[in-house]
Design a protein around this ligand. Sequence first.
Ligand SMILES: [Fe+2]
Ligand SMILES: [Fe+2]
Length: 140
Amino acid sequence: MSYLDWDDRMAIGHEVIDAQHRQLVTLINGIAEATARRGGRQEIGALIRAFSDYAQEHFSTEQDLMDSTDYPEYFLQLSSHEDCTTSALSFYRDYINGLDVSVEDFLSFVAGWFKGHTLGVDQTLRKYLKKKASPDPLLR
Ligand SMILES: [Fe+2]
Ligand SMILES: [Fe+2]
């Protein structure tokens, strides 16, 4: 059983973005798996860093897509992406510095953030891209 199950509603109908969303789920599950078998701080730290780096790569792909399609809620997305990156990097720093921080709490935050974001604002982007791809001929 995985920590976070993939749900098709987490997709937005864009090949690259959807592959990245799936990979983020895999990375979150990797942190959970290493935590469950009590992996060392170095191993788990590296997995958290890998998640954080990949999330930044994904956000930048998504933001480029929004930019190139004149997405009206760009800044709403940007600030939510920044919340995730800031929290992940700050947790990573505390964790590798040996502070008494809980990976379970971090996982719960990050899985909750991911679900809320992909099922929420990313779906608004999905609808926008769909409309943009097949504009109603009656709309001017
Ligand atoms: Fe996304
Ligand atoms: Fe997003």
